[in-house]
Design a protein around this ligand. Structure first.
Ligand code: FAD
Length: 312
């Protein structure tokens, strides 16, 4: 099922999705099978599979997405990035995705190589996410003879993308990406819901009407989250930072704080009308059992087949 369909039902539980990444080793792939069985048992609407930086592990993305769909019976989306890929290569990847029966793509520019001040794309490739969305929509017309075959999600940044000069510019760029054919936005992780609510308000005021799914990453250790936020630009509110600083070397305590934080954020987001939550699960399942188990089952209604959850 295409991603936008999940947001169109008359009355439904919030849309819950998980994001995993392709392991680098065979052992990691074996472990992932067990984790996927457990994650599938939690009843997510869909699971997305990331695309390695600069296309690393790219074949595993499709392999794992197919496994999720065919063995575990859960809808899935392949992430696809355009950094460093030629247009021809993108067409091959899109053909592979189509032929595998995958109907959804998280279309992302990709991180530019670390250390690079400005990204100069190789000839015959793209610089921004909106170009990838446009390419996918053109591919559908030219190669599949079907407009709108893929459900397309794009990334949004409640604390602004690190390269954007200001939030206004970033939102205008997001609108451009949506206008090229995105169906939903999935946000970067954040730890203060205020950023999400302000972001949605700004996006709506710029005419972005599609569902904006908040992305949450449960903290499982201080070291791990420090590494991740140093890359993506998310900030940790000072009270949470204080509590984490008190258990820097105690992963058990940090995990308990992280899970409680994620449950509180999730409950508030859903209570205030977010259309669902996309969890960055870090290829683990135990913490997600606790988090999903703590969430209210039903919360909002959609009417007339339109996205209408408290205007969020
Ligand atoms: P873009 O939408 O291209 O935006 C990047 C920057 O360019 C922004 O600052 C934007 O304001 C600016 N910009 C956009 N258009 C223009 C324009 N026309 N002129 C000037 N500036 C412009 N990375 C991976 O490597 N693999 C993954 O699978 C992956 N999945 C992700 C999933 C989600 C939901 C998110 C939020 C991020 C993901 N990332 C992934 C990280 C992502 O690659 C980085 O955040 C990347 O730097 C931006 O990707 P984007 O598609 O949002 O970029």
């Amino acid at each position: 099922m295409r991603l936008p369909e999940y947001f169109k039902y008359g009355e439904k539980e919030p849309v819950i999705s998980f994001e995993i990444f392709p392991p680098k080793t065979e052992k990691g792939m074996e472990n992932l099978g067990t984790v996927l069985a457990e994650l599938s048992g939690l009843g997510p609407d869909f699971i997305t599979v990331t695309y390695g930086a600069m296309g690393s592990e790219k074949h595993r993305t499709l392999e794992i997405a197919s496994l999720i769909k065919n063995r575990f019976g859960v809808e899935t989306a392949c992430h696809l990035t355009c950094v460093g890929a030629s247009k021809n290569e993108l067409d091959h990847l899109l053909s592979d995705i189509y032929e595998s029966g995958i109907e959804n793509i998280v279309a992302i520019r990709g991180d530019i190589p670390s250390g690079a001040r400005e990204f100069i794309p190789p000839p015959d490739s793209y610089k921004y996410g909106y170009e990838l969305v446009r390419h996918i929509r053109q591919f559908e017309k030219d190669r599949l003879n079907r407009s709108g075959y893929f459900g397309i999600a794009v990334g949004g940044y409640p604390e602004k993308h690190t390269e954007a000069p200001d939030m206004e510019t970033d939102i205008i760029n997001l609108k451009h990406k949506v206008d090229k054919g995105a169906d939903i936005v999935i946000t970067q992780l954040f730890f203060d819901n205020g950023y999400y609510f302000d972001f949605v308000k700004e996006a709506r005021s710029h005419g972005i009407k599609i569902p904006i799914m908040p992305g949450l990453m449960p903290i499982l250790s201080v070291k791990q989250i420090e590494r991740i936020i140093s890359m993506c630009g998310a900030t940790i509110p000072s009270d949470l930072r204080k509590r984490l600083n008190a258990c820097k070397d105690d992963d058990e305590k940090a995990r308990a704080i992280g899970i409680a934080q994620c449950i509180d954020q999730s409950k508030e987001l859903l209570a205030r009308g977010a259309p669902g939550i996309h969890f960055y699960v870090l290829n683990k399942s135990d913490h997600m059992k606790e988090i999903i188990g703590a969430l209210p089952a039903r919360r909002f209604k959609y009417s007339g087949g339109k996205f209408a959850a408290n205007n969020l």
